[in-house]
Design a binder for this molecule. Structure first.
Ligand code: ZN
Length: 293
């Protein structure tokens, strides 16, 4: 998906480490890239609010990059948009420094257990207590931005990427972080092991359109900033793919047959090979729709 329509500013002069680059997206808000997946930093009189924290191996570099932002201060609050390591890698460092770590209750539950993805055997270790979210919620909340407005956050209950997906909205700048509910580039990971599914991708993209407006800059966990029109186009594409997969499910087909049928072939020129995505997306229907999954 293209970022141009969202008005992504040119990389600014504040990029200061070899790894992490920063881009000013709006007043007091910077997009930091290179830490694993996208990180948003909001600088205010009350300190810095981060949306996601990159990978643990990049936590020090990320903290340095944040400290060098104009108007920066102590990182007071960290949001985890979901439990994946690309979002939670600064939890330990910032938890030890006394930051408030906000996440959906389901994200906190996943971070309290070891996880193994059945499709590739990848293992994720539970986080130590100090690194776990220390302020969880089920529905929504607000946070004083320190610059005269309130940051709004809330649950995206469609289970697009995981069952703990959240958004964080900065109304003053009209910037909406949506974590893994939308991807800026390439096919998404359908993490059905922790609740995500293809129907949820469609539902989540529709829900983003009810939270955002036509001018909102939408920041995905991965890839460039998206416009409202990008999200609408994605919702349409995933809606078409979901319909096809659902029909195959109803005919008793399996994941390999779904991949062979190439239900996303007209999107591949733009999106890349869809085989792994289609397989996971098909499996996600089983996981979501079978009562004992
Ligand atoms: Zn993720």
């Amino acid at each position: 998906m293209k970022a141009a329509a969202a008005g992504l500013a040119a990389p600014c002069a504040f990029a200061q480490t070899a790894k992490i680059a920063s881009t000013e997206l709006g007043d007091h808000i910077y997009l930091l890239t290179g830490a694993g997946e996208n990180v948003l930093a909001h600088t205010g009189a009350e300190g810095v609010v981060l949306v996601d924290g990159g990978l643990a191996e990049n936590a020090d570099a990320l903290a340095q990059a944040v400290a060098a932002l104009p108007g920066s201060g102590k990182i007071q609050t960290l949001f985890n948009t979901h439990w994946h390591p690309q979002q939670t890698g600064s939890n330990q460092k910032l938890g030890m420094a006394g930051a408030t770590i906000i996440a959906h209750e389901n994200t906190c539950l996943w971070l309290q257990q070891n996880i193994t993805w059945p499709w590739d055997g990848q293992k994720f270790k539970k986080l130590p207590k100090i690194a776990q979210p220390n302020k969880t919620f089920y529905d929504k909340g607000t946070l004083d931005s320190g610059i005269g407005s309130h940051i709004q956050y809330g649950y995206i209950p469609d289970a697009a990427h995981t069952d703990g997906d959240i958004y964080v909205y900065f109304p003053q700048q009209n910037i909406l972080a949506v974590g893994g509910v939308a991807y800026g580039q390439g096919w998404p990971v359908v993490d059905w092991w922790t609740g995500g599914w293809i129907g949820g991708i469609v539902g989540g993209l529709q829900r983003i359109q009810s939270i955002a407006n036509r001018e909102t800059k939408i920041v995905p966990a991965f890839g460039p900033v998206l416009s409202f029109a990008d999200i609408a186009a994605q919702a349409e594409m995933y809606g078409a793919i979901y319909d096809r997969l659902n029909q195959m499910l109803n005919k008793g087909r399996g994941p390999s047959e779904a991949v062979e049928a190439r239900p996303a072939k007209e999107f591949e020129a733009k999106m890349g090979n869809s085989d792994a995505f289609i397989r996971r997306a098909f499996e996600s229907q089983w996981a979501y729709l079978s009562p004992d999954a």
